[in-house]
Design a binder for this molecule. Structure first.
Ligand code: 6GU
Length: 224
């Protein structure tokens, strides 16, 4: 998969994809992330990309021209499956969206800034609008990093143990059960006996019950 990310703050996206699982995805050639600087596509003086909103009001708006120049230039090289605008008024990201997006080949993500992007870009170029939750970030970059991480780890072949994404929280509308590792006893706090029993049927049942219990307590809204 290739993910192109268009931003006015490329520096914010330098590090997130160079560690851990996404680093491995890159090394295995399963994921390629390109950061593109929107300012490379502006024709305005001093690399201007934003301007005052028509009708007045606080904040700046990202101009239609640099965005369309950039998107059209990128589309010449790549047929994107989705052109995603990261915005707090988009559809809230969930695991099911990440699962679906992880099966695509080419994604373009557009990071909003200031008061957002000119509506005409949204009307004519954007195919999906995604938010990562009900709070406001200073820009779409960290949201694009979150979305890329959520998608990237699901690309087939990225995780070593393919089943490990299946046992993630949310994959079956359940939160994940508790996990333990060595030592078996720490300060008198003991690992549940069932996990030490070697009986995998019992262990699976216990984990499933714990997941249900955990979900009932914390997220009754996602329980089917
Ligand atoms: Cl995608 N962008 C911004 N600026 N704020 C957000 C967001 C996105 N998702 C939640 N808050």
């Amino acid at each position: 998969m290739k993910i192109d990310i268009l931003t006015v703050v490329p520096g914010l996206l330098e590090s997130p994809f160079t560690h851990s699982i996404l680093k491995r995805a890159k090394e295995k050639n399963l994921l390629q992330v390109n950061i593109i600087n929107l300012r490379d596509y502006t024709t305005y003086a001093r690399a201007q990309v934003d301007d005052y909103p028509f009708g007045g009001g606080a904040g700046m708006v990202m101009m239609v021209e640099p965005l369309v120049n950039a998107i059209e230039a990128l589309q010449k090289n790549t047929a994107y499956d989705e052109v995603i605008y990261l915005t707090p008024d988009g559809n809230t990201l969930n695991q099911s969206m990440a699962n679906k997006l992880s099966l695509k080949n080419n994604l373009l993500m557009i990071c909003g800034h200031y008061k957002g992007i000119d509506q005409r870009v949204r009307d004519h170029f954007i195919t999906m609008e995604i938010s990562i939750g009900d709070y406001v970030l200073s820009g779409g970059e960290l949201a694009a990093a979150v979305l890329t991480d959520a998608i990237g780890r699901l690309i087939p072949g990225v995780l070593n143990d393919e089943t490990s994404a299946l046992s993630d929280s949310f994959q079956d509308n359940l939160l994940a059960p508790p996990v333990y590792t060595r030592p078996e006893i720490f300060r008198g706090w003991k690992v549940p006996d069932v996990l030490m029993s070697g009986n995998h049927k019992l262990i699976d049942e216990w984990r499933h019950e714990q997941a249900i219990q955990h979900t009932k307590e914390r997220r009754p809204d996602i329980l089917k």
